[in-house]
Structures are given as C-alpha cells and as structure tokens.
Design a protein. Sequence first.
Lengths: 494, 490
Amino acid sequence: MGDYLLMNRLDFPILSTTIFIPLVGAAILMLMRHDKAIKGIALVTGILNFLISLLLYIHFDPTTPLFQFGEFARWMPSYNINYVLGIDGITIFLILLTTLLAPLCVLCSWTAIEQRVKEFMFCILVMESAMVGVFCALDFILFYVFWEAMLIPMYLLIAVWGGPQKDYASIKFFIYTLFGSVFLLVAIIAIYLTTGSFSIPNAMFRDYSFGFQFWVFLAFAIAFAIKVPMFPFHTWLPAAHTEAPTAGSVFLASVLLKMGTYGFLRFCLPITPKASVYFAPYMVILSIIAIIYGGFVCLNQTDMKRLIAFSSVAHMGFATLGIFSLTLFGFEGALLQMLNHGVTTGGLFLCVGIIYERTHSREIFDNAGLGKITPIYVGFLGLFSISSLAFPGTNNFVGELYILIGSFVSSKTAGFFAVVGAVLAAAYMLRLLKQITWGREDKRAIRDMNLREVIYLVPLVILVFWMGIGPSPFVDTMKTTLTNLFTRMEVFFQ
Amino acid sequence: MTIQSPLPLIPISIVLVTSILILISKKRPNLREFWSFAGSILTFISVAAMVPTILNSQKIVYTLSTLAPGVSLSFRVDALSLIFGIVSSFLWIFATCYNIGYMRSLNEHAQTRYYMCFAIAILGAQGVSYSGSLLSLYLFYEIITIFTYPLVAHHQDEEGYAGAKKYIVYLMGTSKGLLLPATVLTYVFTGTLDFADNIVTGIFPKGTDGVWVAVTYCLFLFGFAKAAIMPLHNWLPSAMVAPTPVSALLHAVAVVKAGVFCICRVMLSVFGVELLQGLNLGLYTAYFVSFTILVASIIALTKDDLKARLAYSTVSQLSYIVLGVALLDKSGMLGGILHIVNHGFSKITLFFCAGAIFVATQKRKISDMEGLGYAMPLTMGAFAIASLSMIGAPPVAGFVTKWYLLNGALEIGNLPILIVLMASTILNAGYFAPITYKAFFQGRKARWSMADVKEAPMTMVVPLVLAALISVALGFFPQFFTQLIGRFLS
C-alpha cells in the first residue's frame, strides 16, 4: 500500500457501503412479488444510498490531493491484486451525481415501465453499484471489473425495455464498448508488466519511456474516446440514447459518458503525461470537430432524443477540449462540464420521457405547440434547454466559461472555433424550444406534469442554478486535486 | 469612496417579485395590472433612493458570488448606472399605463405572458445598469434578449415569427459569437472581469499587445448588437412587428439603450480613456458610427411606415451616444451619455404616438396621416415636440445633447465629425418635419373629421403627453443629469 491513501476514519467503510447498498437492495427486491413493493424498495435504496453518499461531501477534506476514505484489503496476493478504494476531488461529485440520479431514475420509470418491473429495477440498482465502483476503484483489476459490470445491465436496459430499434442500438452499444474495453485491458496489462503492480496511483507519474507512453496513451484514448464519445467514435451514441428507456438514457448521458473523460483525467494525463502533451493538439482538434459537427447535426434533427444525444457529443467535446487545453482552468472546466452535462442532459432526457409517456412520440412535430397546453412542462423544458445552451446564471455557463478561458490561454484559434459551437448550441436549443412552445396551433388534450414528475426534476433545477450562480463549493472541493495534477503535469509542457 | 451594500439588488428583486406576482394573478387582469404599476413605482423609488449617495461622489458595490478568481457576479452603482437605471425604471411607469390602454383597446391575447416578459426585460435593464463586472453585464444582457423574444413574436403569426427569428439570431448570435470570446479574452489578458474604478486607466495591464486589445475591443463593439450599429442594425426594424408599447419601451429604451450603455461601460470602465486614446480606437469608432448616423437617417427618409421610420431614426440616434463617448473628450462623453436620457424620453413619446394613432385609426403609413393633427391634437402635438427634440432644436432635450456633442467635436478640433453632426441634423429634420407638417397643415378636410377619429384612451394619451413635457423640461433643466454625469466623468 502506498502513501497515496488516507484511510477511512468514519465508523464504517463508507465507500464499500455506497457501492454495495444498491446490490443489497437489488437482492431484496428479487424476493418481492408486487410491482409496488419492488418500486418502493428500489426508491428507498436509492434515496438511502444518496443520503449516505452525502456524508462523503460532509467529511471530505478539500485541502489534500490524496485519496480519501481509503479502504484496503488483499484480494489476490499472488498477482498483487488488491481491493483498494478511495476518492479525491475528481471523483467525489461524480459519485454524488450517480447516487442522486439513481432514485430519480427509479421515479421516472414509475409508470413508464410496465413490464418486467422487477428486472428493470434490478438492472438500475446493479448499474448504480457498478458506476460508483468505477469511480472508487484504485486498483486496475477492480476498476476493470466494475467497468465491465456496467456493460451488461446497460445492454439489458436498452435491449429489453428500449424503443423500436432496440436490437440494433443495444448490439451497437455493446460492440463499441467492448471494443474499447479490450484496448483498456491491453493498456492495463502493459502497465502491470512494467510496474509489477495493479495499483492505479502507483502507476502515475513514473518515468516511463516515451515509446511506452505513446502506445499506452493510444490504447487508453481509444477506450475512453468511445465512452465520451469523441468524434469519430460517436456513432453508437445517438442510437443507444434514442432507443434506451428514459432511465437508461439518463444513466448513459449523465454518468456513463463521464467515464470517458474521467478516464482521461485519471489515467491518460498522470500515467502517460509526455504522450498526453504530445497528443494534446490532436485531441483538441477532435474535440472541436465534435463540438461543431455535433452542433450542426443537432440543427437538423426532428427527433427530440436524437437532438439531445447529439448535443451530448458537442457538450462532451467541450469537456475533452478543457482537459487537453492542459491548463488548470481547462481541467476545472472539464470537470464542471461533466457534472453540468450530467445534470442538464439528465434533466432534458427526463423531460423527453415525460412527454413520451403522454404522446408516445419523440418527434418534435408531434410534441410541438405545448406552450398553452402544458405550461409547467414547457417551463421545465425551457429551463433545461437554456441551461444546455450555456445561458449565464446556469450551470453550463460556468463550465463553458472555464473551458473557454483554458482554451484561449493555450490556443486562441482553438478558442474561437469552440465559440462557434457555443453559437450553434444556442441555435439548436432555441429552435427546439420554440417548436415545443409555439410550433403548432391545434388544441390537444395532454395532461401537464404531475407531482411525482415535478419532484424528480426539482433537485436538478436546484443544481442548475446552484452551480450556475454559486459554484464555489464545487470548485473549491475539486481545486486541490486538480491543482496537484496540473503542477505535476507542468514539468512535461516543454 | 465606496460603500459595500446590497442596495442595488433591491430594484432588481422588486422587478423579479413583480413578474412572479403577475404570473400568479393571470386570472385577474385588474390585479395583474396593479402589480405592474406597483412594481414599476416601487422600482423607481428604490432607484431614486440611491441618488443622494451617488451625488455625494460615492459608489455602492456588492458582490453576490464568485465564479472564479476575478470572475464575480458583482454589482456596482455609480453615476453612469443611475442614468440608465432611472430612465428605464421611470419610463416603465409610463409604459405600464400605456400598455393597459393599448392591450385592452386591441384585445390582445396572452396578456399575462406579455406583462411578465415586459417586467423581466426591465429586470434585465436594471441589472445591466448596476452590473459591477462583465459577467453580470453579460448575464443581464442575455436575460433581456431571451425575455423580449416572446414580446417580439407576440402576435404569433408568420410575420411575428420571422421578425422574432431575425431578432434572436442577431442578438444571440452576436452575444455568443462575439461578446463571449471578448469577455474571455479580457479575462485572459487581465485576470479579472471587474470594472475599473475610474474611466482613465481601464483594467488592461500596460504592455498588453495592442493588436489583441483592438481585436477584443471590436468584438465588444459588435458583440453588443443591441446598440444597432451598422451592419448589425437590421434586427431593429424587423422587431417592429411587436406591439407598439414593446417598440416604445424596449426598442427605444430598455433593449437598445442596454446595448449602448454596455458599449459606454466597456469603453470607459474596461478599456479606459488612456488606452483607447493611445491606440486611437476612440476616433476610429467615432468615424465608424458616423456612417450609421448618416446612412440610417437616409434610409429613414425613404420609409413610409411610421414605425419603420422611427426604427431607423433610433438606429441613427443610438450612434450619437456611441459617437459622443468615442470622442473621449469631456463634453463629447457628457453629450453622449446625456443622450441616453434625452433620446429615451423623446423616442418613447414618438412610439407612444405611433401606437395611439394605430389604436385610434388603424393606420401605420405616414402618407395616410394628413390632417390628423386636427383629430388628435394632443397626440400629434406631443409628436411635434418630441420630433423637435430628435432634430435637436432648442429648447427641447435633444438640443442639449447636440450642444455638448458639437462642443466635443470642436474641442478636439475634428472637422469631419462636426460635418457629420450638422448633416445628420438636416437629415433628421428632413424625415421628421414632414410628418408634423402633414398632420397640421395638409388635407385638413380631406380625410378626417372630429366625428370619425378621436384621441386614443386616456391611459395612452396621458403618458405620451407627460413624456413630451418631460422632454421639454429636460431641455430647460438638464442640470440634474449633467451633474450626475459630471460625477462619473470626474
């Protein structure tokens, strides 16, 4: 065990608890018979886990760059594989986002999922467990286990409860992601053969040769670029997003995509810093292509979900742009953007889910002209759309501002290109909003949002404004970790 | 001297609460309009309450939150803020009164949405006035854009949507595409977005690359497309599809003035007189907007639609403000900033008149207005006074502006600017005088008789007459505002 870990000082192993509570909940609901009880248990599990994970924030020490709440247990000593958990400023909010979204996903599926409720809720909880695991794991093998474990419930969510083209979408998702995972595995083995250890922190900032870094970076980058997804690896995303049930889309957009950018921050930069600096200009170009291409494709969508899916490509392009601007502002902006995208796009997918339950269509035209018919719904949708186009005072603006500052510092050309994407974001979101509010004149009987739906959107609305107007609690918490990463990277910039 | 106090948040909060109350009372129109009234009056009072402090040469500052080091959501009230704050809050009272007459006479739809968006647009204008950093400025500037969009598209017909689309494309496109990078570049060079404490030094450190300063400056100048400087002026005539009170308050006062106010603020409190003079940017700007002043006036001559003519007149007059400030000379800056007030009162009168004519006669074209002065003497009388102010004839408000502007041009000894100012005066007279002439001296018996056409409802006539009278008063007694501006410039 290295000196990178501050052991957990709470009375119970909080990270393991957060990982395994959903699994326990999933086991219990398998014993239930009635759908109501199953949903109830899933909801209670989700809320309980969120409340426990809040303790992470309360007890988090933002002054140290070390991993906190550490847990260590020997797993397979002969291969030097251990059960090591710990979180730092990068992961804490990603975990909180995951645990917050899980109960919201249960709530949004309350009436939308009518068949195989038990299996559905089981998948949701297993997903949550695996996702939290990915963010906590500090051992490559443990990380890889959780990483692969996410794949199966996600595949099932799309393949079983998905839309009309679910088979195509789920297989495409599965193949793409598995393809990426293979490269991830190769990189992990290469690192193991060089360092003799599966410890992630031990692998960071070692004196690897440039050739080694070059190939390891490429292997990592392919795996993570598929997850983000970066252009040109993005084609699985629109299909998967569009066909997945609402809860699946929310998990996909809000958490799964973050695995890619998390991977860049956690693995690529610290493990292969020289190669990261070498590849940074190319990654910036790919990010900008994603931002602008995503924006243009969005302008041409008639399907609400596809539009939001492509907007994710653009938004995540901003995140990778921030990371590979290799500035502290860029890092902070990227992490903020990851959270913001999770909140806002999650909210947008929830909104699409709400209207889909009523009109059974995702087409913009079928859902147009709702301004007078369902004003509350349009209010929520409007809010998330405005947040999505980075309106000042909302969360995305802060992330975008940080990223733009970062990219203008590193390259003014890149900055100006990114601005084009910002303009496009305004264009496609306002177009959507205008269509939904005023696009049609005829009167239809569509009921407005009910209390349950308002309840699961409100936490996201609060976050939109909180992170938009007073982001200091978030920035301060992640600052030490990212500053540490940045200063250790700085040596390699020459 | 600087006072830390959340005072500037009070008017903003009052407007916010008003807009919520309007939304809640949508089933009870009288109560809803009462909220508008009460809100506008309270806002004005809360703004006026800050005047003594500022006249004492003090500033009020308040930081709400910090987004990044040097990037804060902060507020600041100085004399320049108050100029715009007073005008927009005071005229909101008039506009509310006028709104009620106009919207009820024409039985317009979606009135709750209308009043609410109207209030939030004022919130944006108030926020812009009291911004203490580029971030706050950008925030409130964008709030204005978003919430005036439903007002422009109010009629929800094809023309309305087309106008509103142009509106949002111009305003949002420029703010995202130019203003945002300008703000970011400023931060990259200076490490802060807070405004400077004086108008001389600005926030750019000495030795910043002149080319990049100029680029940033141009991005700002065009990024604030609400100022309607050519070639980014075209949204303004298109936005005239909106109901007339919207054109009046928003497109003569709140929206366009927010644009020029922001330009003034950025020129003086971000770049500073020294830097602009050093790079000669002030003079280039003055020449550049001269083009707008002249060309917009010439286009106005060709328009027969009254609102279109007023719109182009606005485009031209807004550039006076920028021109004055760009002279970077005390008289010039005073004249420019003073024109925010003078043009506000006079132009709102003109738009109010246009709306009153439309409500009373359903006419929009100037050629149809022969002899109208006899049927609507109060309205057309007010129109005549306000158009004198636009021309710059004594003793109406516009004269004071012209006086200071001409002084400014003379002081820096710039002949071309002098010629532009004089030429534009003739052009102004060329497109305003015929309207008054037609109304009072042509076709008295031809079309109108007292029986057919009466003045519009009193709720419309009273505010427009009052606004015209204030234009006259400002011509006689400009001291209050010149004193305020003097405080800012010293």
